[in-house]
Design a binder for this molecule. Structure first.
Ligand code: TPP
Ligand code: MG
Length: 582
């Protein structure tokens, strides 16, 4: 019988990626749990394998080998029991000398830990000075598991050299497969790291998108570099409000990407440059590959296809690709195509009911110049990401942790920095009541204008397309949407509270009332008091408004897909997709 690579997916990922990252030297200690990796390596001529029965010694051998070979990484592989414990002295040595060692510790299913299964050793927490990164690879069952384990191994192997480098730890769960019939390893995504000292990969594609997650206001200099880059490479800058880029190639991407009856071909792009932090835009993009640019050097693979990580400042990246060339080769067809589609959708925008979306549509572009806007997550970002704000406005949201617990406090804190500026906030009733004490802070002054959309619940969960919608309004309201708290849309409660705190109170329960108060709310001059504008909206109408915006554009195939969803339900669609794949 011939033996090839193991069918064990974690072993395959590790072997493939070691090769892709140009790592050849492996020191193997004996045992059962690591057998699928060992057998896969021992017949592959790529690797130079050494045997060492004593794990403590194996790891010190790796130290000597890595140092002597000028920083070439050395892999260690051991089994369960106490084997891996004996790596610790040498890994400590490697940590303080920044030696690139990959400690592969094989493990049984995590559920066996602490249950008197023999050999089940808990390696989930390790000492802080034995490696620069430690990752856990559970058994692969799904595509998502495969993606996650691939990413973790790539990240660990990149950490061998990043920020001075050092040893890394990969604790991988074995499937205990006895199948060694795999002649060719399944392809693995490889992530490469690029520093300012490296050669940069060429951009050979005909269009490039830049996606900016939540970002501090993009400086004038960086804006000029990005614009220049777009002109050279047929680029576009896909933003949400929190991207804070206001250059020539900005497109608020959600109006196009949210169309559920028509998937625009524009959302497919061969290359996406990803900068910035966690985005709450949920923009539906389908890049073929992503290059992430950030001094943190991390993959942050939210598009699931990062290929290069540029560990550098954004300006260094764009400057290098512009390469001193004048921006003569102006080719901006990709941007123009996005503009055309974006405008076409805007023009077809129907009249929507009184709602968060309607308020955003009505006043987003009327915010006073130079003001600052703070948005709540989900409904707030979503509604206000459909409509453009003036270029001089900066926008923030708590997308880092995604809580509804501190939106108002964040607004208050920001407002203290520039007392001369106006600070607008838009939050929901649950978010407001959560954090209501903060507007009683004695530092609050008249540069705050807060809009509270009071729909009496977390209306997010009542939206027609939310997972909560399947239970029906009444059931969802009981616990998922937490309806009826905090005065149950009382017209008095918030009014009294904020007036007693010295706020000017405005309210609107329909479009006419809103149009009557909006100019006061948007007054460009500072008023005597801070303001709170309370909107009373209805959840069914909030949902209706969202549905209208999401269904402006339609195509035959998109409509058919939606119809199938309605008839089959979510589970039916998943089952059908599986069937088609087979
Ligand atoms: C601290 C915290 N708890 C719970 C959540 C989950 N969550 C997300 S949106 C939301 C409802 C928000 O309700 P509201 O502020 O009234 O906005 P609406 O959806 O009604 O517009 C909740 C509870 C969260 N993000 N943060
Ligand atoms: Mg609400």
């Amino acid at each position: 019988m011939e033996f090839y690579y193991s069918a064990d997916k974690n072993a395959q990922i590790i072997v493939s990626l070691l090769k892709a990252h140009n790592i050849r030297k492996v020191i193997i200690s004996p045992g059962t749990t690591n057998i699928s990796f060992v057998a896969s390596v021992q017949n592959d001529p790529w690797f130079t394998a050494y045997s060492a029965a004593d794990e403590r010694s194996a790891a010190y051998m790796a130290c000597g080998m890595a140092a002597e070979s000028g920083g070439e990484p050395v892999v260690l592989s051991c089994t369960g029991a106490t084997a891996s414990r004996n790596y610790l002295p040498a890994l400590t040595e490697a940590f303080y000398r920044k030696l690139p060692i990959v400690a592969l510790t094989a493990t049984l299913h995590e559920g066996r830990l602490g249950q008197n299964f023999p050999q089940a050793i808990d390696r989930r927490c390790i000492a802080s000075d034995v490696c620069v990164m430690s990752v856990q690879l559970p058994i692969v069952h799904t595509e998502e598991d495969l993606w996650a384990n691939n990413l973790k191994v790539n990240s660990a192997l990149l950490a061998l050299h990043r920020n001075g480098g050092g040893p890394v730890h990969v604790n991988w769960c074995t499937e205990s497969s006895r199948d060694y019939s795999i002649k060719v390893l399944p392809p693995q995504r490889v992530i490469k790291s690029v520093s300012v000292r490296d050669a940069f990969p060429p951009i050979t594609v005909d269009r490039v998108a830049i996606f900016i997650g939540a970002h501090q206001p993009v400086s004038e200099r960086l804006t000029a570099l990005i614009d220049h880059f777009c002109e050279k490479y047929n680029g576009i800058v896909l933003c949400d409000q929190t991207s804070n880029y206001r250059g020539k190639y900005r497109i608020l991407g959600n109006l196009v990407t949210y169309q559920e009856l028509c998937t625009s071909s524009l959302v497919n792009m061969p290359l996406l440059i990803y900068i910035g932090n966690v985005s709450g835009a949920y923009m539906k993009l389908q890049p073929a590959s992503v290059w992430r640019v950030n001094p943190d050097g991390e993959a942050r693979d939210c598009f699931k296809c990062v290929k290069f990580v540029f560990a550098m400042e954004e300006s260094e990246f764009f400057e290098r690709y512009i390469d001193g060339e004048a921006a003569e080769k102006k080719k901006t067809t990709y941007f123009e195509a996005w503009q055309v589609e974006h405008r076409a959708i805007l023009e077809k925008l129907p009249e929507v009911p009184f709602s968060n979306i309607w308020a955003a549509k009505t006043i987003a572009n009327q915010l006073p110049a130079g003001s600052v806007l703070h948005l709540g997550i989900l409904n707030y970002l979503r509604s206000w990401n459909f409509f453009e704000t003036p270029a001089s406005v900066t926008v923030y949201a708590n997308t880092g942790g995604f809580g509804i617990d501190g939106d108002v406090s964040s607004l208050v804190g920001a407002s203290l920095v520039h007392p001369e500026k106006l600070y607008f906030g838009v939050v929901g009733d649950l978010a407001f009541f959560y954090d209501m004490n903060s507007i009683g802070n004695r530092h609050v002054s008249n540069n705050i204008r807060l809009m509270v959309v009071n729909n009496g619940r977390g209306t997010e969960f009542r939206n027609y397309n939310h997972a909560g919608a399947i239970f029906g309004a009444q059931e969802t309201d009981r616990f998922v949407a937490a309806a009826g708290h905090y005065g149950n849309q009382s017209p008095m409660l918030l009014k009294h509270y904020v007036q007693d705190l010295g706020f000017e109170y405005l309210s609107a329960k329909n479009k006419t009332e809103f149009l009557n108060v909006k100019d006061r709310f948007l007054a460009t001059e500072k008023t005597e008091k801070p303001m709170l504008l309370e909107l009373f909206t209805d959840s069914a109408e909030e949902s209706e408004a969202l549905k209208s915006v999401n269904r402006i554009q339609s195509s035959a195939s998109g409509t058919a897909k939606q119809l199938a969803k309605n008839v089959l339900g979510h589970n039916g669609v998943v089952a059908l997709k599986k069937l088609i794949k087979k």
